[in-house]
Design a protein around this ligand. Sequence first.
Ligand code: CMC
Length: 433
Amino acid sequence: MVVPEGPAGAANLRYEGTEIELPLERPTLGRPAMDVSALGGHHLAVYDPGYANTAAYQSAITFVDGEAGHLYYRGYPVEQLASSSFLEVAYLLIYGDLPTSQQAEEFVARVRDPKLVPHAAIERLFDWFPQSMHPMAMLSMATEALTAYAEDDPGADPRARVEAAGIRLLSAMPVFTGYAMSVLRGLPKGRSNRSLDYSEDLLQLCFTIPGSDHLPDNATARALNTLLVLHADHELNCSTATLRMVASSGAGFYSGVSAAINALWGPLHGGANQAVIRMLKEIKDSGKPLSHFLERAKDKMDPFLLMGFGHRVYKSYDARAKVIRQVALDLVEKLAPEDPLLDIALQLEKVALEDEYFVLRRLYPNVDFYSGIIYRAIGFPDEMFTPLFVVGRSAGWVAHWLEMTTTSNKIGRPTQIYTGPKERSVPKNPATA
Ligand code: CMC
């Protein structure tokens, strides 16, 4: 196969004496992709486990440069956005450009509209959730329940409907997260204070004892805002690809987000932030040296992995992890200087980055390696880490769904390499066959 140099072109595939021309799609950034639509006509398919080399969509939202370790939202390096307000970044992802001050004001007013506080029936749903239920399951169910209670105008144009649903989702997510935290704590639910900034409100919903007038301190709210920004989008990761898959069937927005929340929950994806803390606690409690855990991570017979390490796309230091590492260093020293887990994480990172196994495979800390340490310092229980990822990622999900309403899409339907039995007949008497 030859991929020619130049602005367009095609790759030619020779198969059983036939030359098949595969036109190239050239992205603004990233690898050119061969359009393999013609392969079906030749009775051929592409085998790509985990879709690692499959571009399923065209998208103008986010780009990860895994080789260089850069992440761009609509062309802006994420480091440059790290101290922008989360809702400004959400606006950028959704509409394509940073808002003017008037646009920002209007957008904040729409998302923070007190009338958008979730319906009382959804609030009551949380009363039924047991304290033992994982908050990711609570968020997924509450989001799906929005389908029943969100006002929707089926006559409105599709873009306006998705936009309205997206605003409602952004509006609801801190409230759902606060409710989930109240279930975990076994305390009454807090009330959203719409005069506060998004991250401040999220914090007070999670930590304020109802009836008291506790307000979060600025440094903590700023750190949380940065974490939301850094989690806001990440191209076609597992959960966003799930969201798009659901969208492609014509199902509703909240169902897609609910499915995406479930995909994010897994420990190889967003659930890694909770798994990292479990691993660091295990290391601390075991009293065993770090080398013991590195050897286990390298042993293919042992399911143990170095959680928070490695990434499908990043082959150098994750752009987000660099910023988060610094936030962890600053905030943990202030809020939880006695927490031993940060030191263990720093040492583990050092030894892993010097170890040949990790060096050869280009495995670096990812976004989840230090984020849990920050959430822990703020006071969140471990189960709340992945829900906080959801709050940030909701912005990206809105942007992706909206993009899909304005581009033509086929229903998502990968093919397979069938390895089952060939056609055979059911025996006349299966019991004696
Ligand atoms: N610990 C030990 N070995 C690892 C790790 C790890 N954390 N990650 C990858 N490897 C090895 C893997 O065994 C394989 O080795 P070999 O080539 O000898 O078979 C090689 O590195 C390549 O890894 P892979 O599993 O083929 O890579 P992938 O792109 O399929 O998986 C990943 C990416 C993130 C699922 C994986 O690195 C992993 O399981 N990491 C730990 C979980 C984690 O931190 N997930 C968060 C990802 S970032 C946030 C997000 O996605 O939301």
